[in-house]
Design a protein around this ligand. Sequence first.
Ligand code: GUN
Length: 285
Amino acid sequence: MAQIIDGKAISAQIKEELKEEVSSLKSRGIQPGLAVIIVGSDPASRIYVNLKKKDCEELGILSKEYALPKETTEEELLGLIGELNADPSINGILVQLPVPEQIDENKIIAAISPEKDVDAFHAANVGKIMIGSYSFLPCTPAGCMELIASTGVDITGKNCVVVGRSNIVGKPMAMLLLHKHGTVTIAHSKTKNLKEVCAAADILVAAVGVPKLIKGDMIKPGAVVIDVGTTKMPDGKLCGDVDFEEASKTASFITPVPGGVGPMTRVILMKNTVTAAKLQNKVKI
Ligand code: GUN
């Protein structure tokens, strides 16, 4: 049976370290500040934003929420981002995605100052990740890397398979595994032999949003399995991309859903906000 990777416990430890860091910054007159913008009233987005605010409160990070109506125009949102870019009390700006269809998501991401882009979605930050020289890492992939590190399994030379090619998770995840010298394959919805590709993975990261797509016979014995999927099922429960029951019989380490990747994504956002505050205040990192 696989060992469960406890994202809650690992994130709690990072939180404790961040709490101390925030308190030391405060004693120097610096309070990290995060602006969270939510447009419209998508229930899942509302839950995520509330959790982010709660994390900030817990750590002593200033959080400002901007809840805008769903009819907000692109110009209005760009105007707010311009103001926050110029506001010295705000070190990080996060626009909760998705945004309503009248707003071009790419334009919004491009408007956020790269120094305040704590999601690491801006092309300048994506480019920095590509060349391996970065200040912020995207929250979910960085959280997954921490979870893999917690197993003690060395990525060097291992077959790493990332299922999913999103800009938020799949693509940057592949790059981070590559930086750690993994042999990386990105599989996606058009991949013909998904079962064989996955079954060759020493480290498997599933990030497609299809409940239980990854079955037990797609897991290599002893593999490390990281499940990024969080689909809300009709019974209200969250379901991952991996069939946990089956996969945990074959894997050596596996993340649960919930309690695996989710808490890590949140804590990396806090870490990025603290890093942004340090960089903007010229504190050594
Ligand atoms: N929506 C879903 N995941 C994310 C995320 O990591 N950042 C932002 N800004 N929006 C999201």
